[in-house]
Design a protein. Structure first.
Length: 547
């Protein structure tokens, strides 16, 4: 047999790993509840993902990827979200080509970066653009959804057993290959199953199979779930069910009332059941953590004008019950309501992961805030390779701080001794309580010292505070002015809080290396701790009380 020298390194990689005994199940990457936080464990330790997501096409060429990796290194990434394309993985039915994936894994290992694989299977941004040609061209065997007028859409129908079987076969082949080639090194640490699922341009599928399903009884297990959780159902489900006087038997319109909301609930249920079968089959083979990402809706926009039935908070119960194998539902951010959506996506049973967010000048502050205030497991701007000056990005500065603080952040997430803020001109001040202290944290421009403070828009500033001792704290971020008071209101009236010491510095190999003492002009003679806008740093703070 003759082998091209181009593929020899990949062949050796596969052969070498295939001979290595697989890891025990408890050694695999997994989500674990640790104190007050759910954390991603990799090789037995919490893994805080300083991640980025590639643009859709970048991972389709190993040659194209070569100049991208140094950019990721310059921004201090330790994880990369990268697509796996069904059409390239299975160009002919039953014939799988893993050379592209194996090459990505090899390159990631060379740069000490973990991978999160995005399965672009039946759906990517609602559409089925990454289905193989042999699926796209056979619309009898692999039917599409239809809109209200009966016109076929570029979307595989979740009501087709053939569609499900083909997607599942490819996904399970992927998991078998990962188990064979990566179970000893854990380069791949998590999987996204499909991408931004949802119905367009209507709230549900109007194919004959979907119309028939709409007239069938709502599944009894779903009714039972709603009865058990009636007091705290997601808002759209609760409102629709209430409109029918909480009926417990009948078709979808009978139980939920005839409305767009019902169409969306119906769509969500069948999407969820489709995804559950795929995810469960994969976890049976190789049980890596999984998540789904959601294209967010906007106020006043109807289902179908946004991807209807996706894993959104207003119908989250449908997804949590219908697809229990999925570990997390996660928001993709392309609108400004960052705190609003994170609040909705972080109930106790749904750890927060931000897999996709617009890559702009404010993401560095948002990363610090998400990992501290929400105890997120990771943060990942989209099209991470698009920058031409990676070392100057706010994300690079933020990830450098997060890299230094790594285990301190994860330990504090578990113990509850961490919080964070995100500030702008509309929201220039927040308060944080840790231990016996209340911290008032303001945007740096509130001091009025900068000419830019008069501008209509301020750059976002943000950061985190970690309590490291009874009176000792670490503050990290940019554009912050921090003052202090006793947490107890009675004590605050009688006792003032002063600065014992502030040192700027950095952590090198986990050890604190102090720099300048900041007790003079830099703290305004003991009035506050300050990190100026545009500066990114860590300051070690020690407080004391006086009367």
């Amino acid at each position: 047999m003759r082998f091209s020298l181009t593929f020899l390194p990949v062949l050796l990689l596969i052969c070498g790993l295939a001979s290595t005994p697989g890891a025990q199940a408890n050694d695999l990457p997994r989500l674990t509840r640790s104190g007050q936080a759910t954390q991603l464990m990799v090789d037995g330790k919490p893994y805080l993902m300083r991640a980025g997501e590639l643009g859709n096409s970048s991972a389709s060429s190993l040659e194209y990827m070569k100049p991208i990796w140094p950019k990721l290194d310059a921004m201090h990434l330790n994880a990369l979200l990268t697509p796996v394309y069904w059409d390239l993985l299975e160009p002919r039915e039953g014939e799988f080509d893993f050379s592209l994936l194996d090459g990505m894994i090899q390159q990631a290992r060379e740069h000490h970066i973990k991978l999160v694989l995005l399965w672009f299977g039946s759906w990517k941004n609602s559409m089925s653009a990454y289905a193989p040609s042999w699926v796209k061209r056979d619309q009898v065997r692999f039917p599409r959804v239809k809109n209200r007028e009966g016109i076929s859409q570029e979307i595989l129908s979740p009501f087709s057993a053939n569609n499900l079987a083909a997607d599942m076969a490819a996904y399970t082949a992927l998991l078998k290959h990962l188990k064979q080639t990566d179970s000893s090194q854990h380069t791949v640490i998590m999987l996204q199953v499909e991408n931004e699922i949802g119905m367009l341009p209507d709230a549900r599928d109007y194919s004959p199979a979907a119309n028939a399903a709409m007239q069938q009884n709502v599944p009894t297990p779903l009714i039972s779930y709603m009865q058990q959780h009636k007091a705290n159902l997601a808002p759209a489900i609760a409102k629709a069910w209430k409109s029918s006087q909480y009926k417990t038997r009948g078709d979808w319109n009978h139980v939920f009332g005839k409305s767009l909301a019902t169409d969306e609930i119906f769509a969500a249920w069948f999407f969820a059941r489709y995804v559950e079968k795929i995810a469960a089959a994969g976890k049976t083979i190789y049980p890596l953590p999984t998540y789904l990402n959601a294209a967010l809706n906007r106020i006043g926009v109807a289902p179908g004008d946004y991807p209807s039935g996706g894993p959104l908070p207003h119908i989250m119960d449908i997804w949590k019950f219908g697809a229990p194998t999925i570990d997390m539902l996660s928001p993709d951010f392309y609108n400004p309501r960052f705190i609003h959506w994170n609040d909705l996506f972080s109930p106790a049973d749904n750890p927060l992961f931000i897999p996709e967010i617009r890559f702009d000048e404010n993401v560095g502050s948002k990363a610090l805030f998400a990992l501290s205030h929400y105890k997120a497991i990771g943060f990942s701007p989209f099209s991470i390779e698009s920058t031409e000056q990676p070392e100057n990005e706010s994300l690079a500065h933020s990830y450098k701080l997060i890299h230094q603080l790594g285990s301190l952040i994860t330990d504090a997430q578990a113990s509850g001794k961490i919080d964070g803020v995100l500030l702008d001109k509309a929201h220039p001040e927040q308060q944080v309580t840790l231990g016996k202290y209340t911290f008032t944290i303001k945007h740096d421009y509130t001091l009025g010292w900068s000419p830019e403070a008069k501008h209509d828009i301020w750059p976002e500033s943000g950061g985190l505070i970690i309590q490291t001792g009874e009176d000792e704290f670490l503050v990290a971020g940019t554009g912050l002015v921090v003052t202090f008071a006793m947490r107890d209101s009675a004590a605050a009236k009688a006792t003032r809080v002063g600065i014992d010491s502030i040192y700027e510095g950095e952590f090198v190999d986990g050890k604190w290396q102090p720099g300048r003492s900041m007790n003079g002009d830099q703290s305004h003679q003991g009035r506050h701790l300050r990190i100026a806008t545009g500066d990114w740093g860590i300051q070690k703070l020690k407080l004391y009380q006086y009367q």
